[in-house]
Design a protein around this ligand. Structure first.
Ligand code: AMP
Ligand code: GLY
Length: 424
């Protein structure tokens, strides 16, 4: 294909997830130019970074029009919740991602729970409250731990698992009285147990195409201790999750939810992410997201053998989906985060040894939060890098990835060494 016929693609976002999307697009023979807004220092090696934030929806639309962008792919939920898809479509632009209405499946826990209830999708029992006193009385009469979820986007910080009444009371005050998160509702949910896994699917209306399953590690420290983070590592596939579990999740969770969205008048187009738990009573939904997961995407997309541009196009245009093939190789990724993360942290520390790490082969390093200073990479975010290793099985992938991690020198990074502990 001549370069002039190749597609120009704009990826919106700037973390490790977008780096993995850019990386997958750059493997497509149909893709010529890739822009990424705002991108980051690592992404800049594979795409032209555009200094626009993911929420500058109008400016992004103008950029796409002025630069003849053929397809835009959206990473972060904030852009989707801000209605980027609707704005681009109104301007006649092709964009991969759900409408603002469909993105509600992530931005409102209450919407997601009511949808699941209506369409008989297995999830934790729940009730929604707007009033602090009623919520407290309900919780007082129930069992512990109990799960409290703020009904809105809270950057992964809106969920509290309260071990006892005092903690539940304090949380409800925080969420409903102090308007700490802004006016809102709280979903009070039954506490479920079992291994969690991430099941991302490409969805176009009622049509659902599953991706390879992965598992995130949300806690900051080894042994699943410490505060919740955006994710400290991930791997794919997940041997704990059987083919039967996947078939069940597709038939009884993802497909009915996709059909439910159509029936509710807000058909979903894009990536529907099921945060699922394999409980003793079967697979149940913990949450839905309206986009690729981060850091899951960094271990799932490198295993994709099909052309991602074709997949994005099939969903966006409603044209036939090509066969979606996955590499049998295992992938496991370690997040290198700034010391102090998920709390406050300093930026600007030099990072060295990236070339050495990648020279080991069968390694991909995705930049989550880096910048370039005097020709060198420096830290510029809470999560900084995701080092992904590949191997015949998870054990060899893990050993390989850890070897690469040990090549990377920086004074202000930490990582968990036990990513994959549930299966290794
Ligand atoms: P979410 O933001 O909904 O993904 O919740 C964050 C984390 O809280 C999840 O990954 C789970 O580990 C935990 N969690 C959420 N809901 C429940 C539940 N009903 N039972 C047990 N753990 C939960
Ligand atoms: N890794 C969890 C998420 O993307 O929401």
């Amino acid at each position: 294909m001549e370069n002039s016929q190749k597609a120009k693609v704009l990826v919106v976002g700037g973390g490790g997830r977008c780096h993995a999307i850019v990386d997958a697009l750059s493997r497509s023979p149909k893709v010529g130019k890739i822009y990424c807004a705002p991108g980051n220092a690592g992404i800049a090696a594979q795409a032209e970074c555009v200094p626009l934030k993911d929420t500058q929806v109008q400016e992004l639309k103008d950029f796409a029009l002025e630069n003849g962008v053929d397809l835009t792919v959206v990473g972060p939920e904030v852009a989707l919740a801000a209605g980027i898809t609707d704005v681009f479509k109104a301007a006649g632009l092709r964009i991969f991602g759900p409408s603002k209405a469909a993105a509600t499946i992530e931005s409102s826990k209450d919407f997601a729970k009511r949808l699941m209830e209506k369409y008989d999708v297995p999830t934790a029992a729940f009730r929604t409250f707007e009033d602090y006193r009623t919520a407290v009385e309900y919780v007082r009469g129930g069992s512990f731990p109990v799960v409290l979820k703020y009904d809105g986007l809270a950057a992964g910080k809106g969920v509290v698992i309260a071990e006892d009444f005092a903690r539940a009371d304090e949380t409800l005050k925080d969420m409903l009285l102090d308007a700490h998160f802004g006016e809102g509702k709280v979903v009070v949910e039954e506490f479920l147990t079992g291994p969690e896994f991430s099941f991302m699917c490409f969805v176009d209306g009622e049509k659902v195409w599953p991706m390879a399953v992965s598992q995130d590690h949300k806690r900051a420290y080894e042994g699943d201790k410490g505060p919740n983070t955006g994710g400290m590592g991930a791997y794919s596939p997940v041997p704990l999750i059987t083919d039967e579990d996947i078939a069940y999740s597709l038939e009884y969770i993802m497909k009915p939810v996709a059909a439910g969205m159509v029936a509710e008048g807000c058909p979903f187009k894009g990536v529907l992410y099921g945060g699922l738990m394999k409980t003793p009573a079967g697979v149940k939904v913990i949450e839905f997201n309206c986009r690729f997961g981060d850091p899951e995407t960094e271990v799932v997309l490198p295993r994709l053998e099909s052309d991602i541009y074709d997949i994005f196009s099939a969903v966006t245009d409603g044209t036939p989906m090509p066969e979606i093939r996955w590499s049998p190789k295992s992938a496991i990724g370690f997040v290198l985060a700034s010391k102090g993360y998920p709390g406050s942290y300093e930026k600007g520390f030099a990072i060295e040894g990236l070339d050495e790490a990648e020279a080991l082969g069968d390694i991909r390093i995705y930049h989550m939060g880096t910048a370039m200073k005097d020709g060198k990479y420096v830290t510029s975010g809470g999560r900084v890098l995701m080092v992904v290793g590949f191997g015949e099985d998870l054990k060899s992938a893990q050993a390989h990835a850890l070897k690469a991690v040990s090549c990377i020198r920086c004074d202000n990074l930490f990582h968990r060494r036990d990513i994959g502990w549930r299966v290794l």
